[in-house]
Design a protein around this ligand. Sequence first.
Ligand SMILES: [Zn+2]
Ligand SMILES: [Zn+2]
Length: 279
Amino acid sequence: MIDTRPRLMVGPLATKTRPSSCNLDGNVNLTQKNTRSSTWLVYERCVAAFAHEQYGDLSTIVQPNVLIKGAISGIDRQIDVMVDSRWNNEPYKRLIIDAKARKRRINVNDVESFEGLMKDCNASHGVIICTNGWTDGATKRAQDAITINLLSFEDALKYEWVWEPCLGDCNKNRNHLSRGMVLWTEFQLFGRGPAWLMLQTGKCDGCHSFHVWCWDCGEKFAVPDNDVVQCACGLYWASVPESKDSGHVGEPESVWLMMREDMDATHILPTVIDRRPIR
Ligand SMILES: [Zn+2]
Ligand SMILES: [Zn+2]
């Protein structure tokens, strides 16, 4: 069960920091990776990394900048961060997070529109993370299903180091603001012969591609949808969107990251590594 108890977050939140300075008027002086990004994008990314620290574990996925089809509206909905089950599509466990880098406080209208997004995305819990607090009306309206937390811009920046540039095609975009970055998440261990395969996965917030960091060979790479990539130690990594061809019945709900040791050994089921919801 996801812990959504309200927390007030002030003070240092992480120990690994990278020197940077900024203010919310857009006078951003970020070092290294996010130099090209706008203020809100930096905040959104830092909130996603913060959410991973709070909610990430082996049974969940924490995905930045999610695009899914609204259950009620039928149109594409953008979600800053989604925490969802890793192994199944279980929307009743779904938590969505909205990052609001605002100069003003969060009010009743913000909470109500966020609640509408939650319903359309089948999320049972929601968290609004904001830079400048909230009104009494907002907390009353939020009730149990929505938590409002404070994360100042300065504290959020302590999470900036987690992100790395996308290794896929979107890193070639002419407009640097549309070049995605990758949030690396949980370490995973799989038995492989007498030893273990150790790996980490991530997802790009631009092209949404799965990323793999195979610790056996040390390679880091993107796995584009409908594609298979072989790493230096010989493992095959595939991104498989659900479809009739992939044996899925009904509306496609997820894209799966799978791993095979041998592409010819089709009698051995591939190992499921990660999931990306599309509904
Ligand atoms: Zn990308
Ligand atoms: Zn490898």
